[in-house]
Design a protein around this ligand. Structure first.
Ligand SMILES: *Cc1c(COP(=O)(O)O)cnc(C)c1O
Length: 417
């Protein structure tokens, strides 16, 4: 096998389905076999595949130019996308640094946090605080602030871990009282260690790759308040939650909180091209200004601000706004709540729904063995991991198609009766 696959033991024989075409919510595994994509190609393809308007935006940009370096040069697609992102993200995020993937966007955020303090002569704030079960990407510093042993156990002897707190209790609708112990722990930790902490990084509201664990917007508000009080930067990694996935444009919007730094990726380019954006407040940006060149931010991915990526991102955001995507997401949420949220079975620990995310958590991974093949046989592309089978469909999915996906999941559990 010449092609090396991700997260795969290549010694094992694994069925892999070859895609010959994709259109709308469908992946075609041959001319005659199509499956509904329930996971939007790792949560990115929010408008589905082969979208005429997105295709056109790419073609028009390619006919002009596809890419030029952002070192010493600039161009309209990058300028326009930066302006648009500042406009639609929480107020106060005024500057945009592009990179080529979510992991690198996270690296950029972490480097910014450390250098922000260093530029003030503070060399002590070099640690990070993050949450248990966090996933922030597969590069080294992103692994260090992450906490999923599957993704990083091979590097456990190398990683230098910072501080971790438990995922806030009580789910999305947690009452303030239920959340208070977690907020107290946050305050205690910051009080004791803030001198060495550069930033608190978290996936706001939903920890996706760590098991779709959901928590309350109240925690984000408390985190903002305490980070301000203890002079620690707050970083929201919205690579997975950005662009409507949780029901609002950004998860931060549920809380009305502006972090110091925010990272966007995945759905930013609607699943067409790898790209990410790290946004900052003016305070952070200004921390890099000065007469000294060595205060400048030292990072510059070759493909940052790629013109094709910027053009498709701009068109994606335009579609999102013109075609009332929040309404689409709220209909998906209602269907998920009604039909997925009500599935009960002895092997199911919990079903959670928020926005266009639905997850069934089983009590033991053995209950999901063979699920992917079963789903494909029944017309669905769903890819469980660990104890979770989840739905994160393209927002253009029709009611009937979504119900079909849900039926594949609910029928699967009847075989254990
Ligand atoms: C996927 C993901 C990343 C990493 O993005 P890549 O584009 O795969 O590098 C980072 N953070 C979160 C929350 C993610 O879901």
């Amino acid at each position: 096998m010449k092609l090396w696959f991700p997260y795969s033991q290549m010694a094992n024989k694994t069925t892999r389905f070859s895609v010959v075409k994709a259109e709308g919510v469908y992946l075609y595994l041959s001319e005659h076999k199509k499956v509904i994509d329930g996971v939007s190609s790792w949560w990115a393809a929010i408008h589905g595949y082969n979208h005429p308007a997105l295709n056109q935006a790419l073609q028009e940009q390619a006919a002009n130019f596809s890419h030029v370096m952002l070192g010493g040069l600039e161009h309209q697609p990058a300028q326009e996308l930066a302006t648009k992102l500042v406009e639609i993200t929480p107020s106060g995020l005024n500057h945009v640094f592009f990179s080529d993937s979510g992991s690198v966007g996270v690296e950029v955020a972490l480097k910014m946090a450390i250098q922000f303090w260093r530029n003030q002569g503070n060399l002590a704030k070099t640690n990070f605080l993050s949450l248990r079960h966090a996933y922030h990407g597969d590069t080294f510093k992103a692994m260090e602030v992450g906490d999923d042993s599957d993704f990083q156990q091979a590097f456990g002897h190398v990683l230098q871990k910072g501080y971790f707190l438990e995922t806030p209790a009580g789910g999305f609708h947690a009452a303030a009282a239920a959340l208070q112990p977690d907020i107290d722990k946050l305050e205690n930790l910051l009080q004791t260690n803030h001198h060495t902490i550069a930033a608190f990084i978290l996936e706001p509201l939903v920890q996706c790759a760590g098991g779709f664990r959901m928590y309350s917007p109240l925690y984000l508000q408390a985190a903002k308040e305490l980070c301000t009080k203890y002079n620690v930067l707050l970083i929201f990694d919205e690579v997975a939650t950005g662009f409507g996935r949780t029901g609002k444009r950004f998860a931060a919007d549920h809380a009305g909180v502006t972090p110091d730094i925010m990272i966007l990726g995945k759905a930013l380019t609607a699943g067409y091209l790898g790209h990410a954006a790290t946004l900052t407040t003016t305070r952070v940006f200004e921390g890099f200004l000065g007469a000294d060149y060595d205060k400048a931010f030292m990072h510059g991915p070759t493909f940052m601000g790629n013109a094709l990526a910027c053009a498709v991102a701009l068109k994606s955001i335009e579609l999102f706004e013109q075609e009332d995507y929040p309404e689409k997401v709220s209909r998906i949420e209602a269907t998920l709540q009604e039909h997925l949220g009500t599935i009960r079975h002895g092997s199911i620990r919990e079903v959670r729904v928020l926005g266009a995310i639905g997850v069934v958590e089983v009590t033991d991974a053995k209950y999901l063995e063979g699920f992917t093949d079963y789903a494909v046989q029944h017309g669905a592309w769903l890819r469980p991991f660990g104890n979770y089978v989840y739905l994160m469909p393209p927002y253009i999915i029709q009611e009937e198609e979504l119900k079909q996906l849900i039926l594949v999941i609910s029928n699967w559990f009847t075989k254990f009766n």
